[in-house]
Design a protein around this ligand. Sequence first.
Ligand code: NAD
Length: 259
Amino acid sequence: MQDRNAVVTGATSGIGLATARLLAARGCNVMLNGLGDRAEIERVCADIAAQTGARVVWSPADLSRPDETRALMAQAAEALGPVDILVNNAGVQHVAALHEFPEEKWDLVLAVNLSAAFHAIKAALPAMMERGGGRIVNTASVLGMVGAPHKPAYVAAKHGLVGLTKAVAIEAAPHGITCNAVCPGTVMTPIIERQIAQQARVTGLPEDEVLDTVFLRRMPTGRLVRPEEVAEAIAFLCSDAAASITGAVIPVDGGYSTH
Ligand code: NAD
């Protein structure tokens, strides 16, 4: 992957940050996207660059907005050159019973988890097609494969992202471009940390029982998935070795989806 240009959305923490680090370590120049404290993110970018020798830049584009998503892809091409690898990883969650689910949260979860991937892929494809190759990986979720209560927008968005992955894979394959989805189980990142209180409210469980009862019991491995384990799967799908894998939906979920 030496000197490939990669965009990783949602890369300011968790799975996306682990993926950006790994792609840089494998030789890619990387544009990280995500929200957060500018000074802290710039320190992280400098740290990755120093450790890997990669060019590492950051865009604070808000992916709930299609115009900012398109601008992100244009900025990446300007800063790094044509984009070879696109990892659509940004995600948000909201936990509430369906009959009480706020409509603006439905719109936000669909916008960031699903529509942003469409806009980014649409922007990335012309240059990939011109160059005759490319890699797209979408971070879906085990909840893109099975349902769960109290997360209707997220389950719908992640199932939609799995569908988009297959649709893109078929259209892009003749151009040497692959498009795959990874489906993590529970990874302890800010998106899960923020859910503990919400889950306690909606399930009536004490907060200290949520992790075990809501999340860990569903994974036969009985432990959290590490962000680096998901990053390894993504990096493999971005490599030349994965040229014949496209439209695949790959669980990295400790066996969650086998239930
Ligand atoms: P995280 O909270 O650490 O990362 C989410 C990232 O998305 C952050 O960088 C955040 O800044 C970014 N983001 C959120 N809203 C954004 C917006 N409007 N514009 C741009 N960036 C935005 O959580 P994570 O677990 O690393 O999540 C990464 C992906 O993995 C998400 O798509 C999530 O749905 C998926 N996932 C996570 C788990 C888990 O258990 N943690 C399980 C399955 C799937």
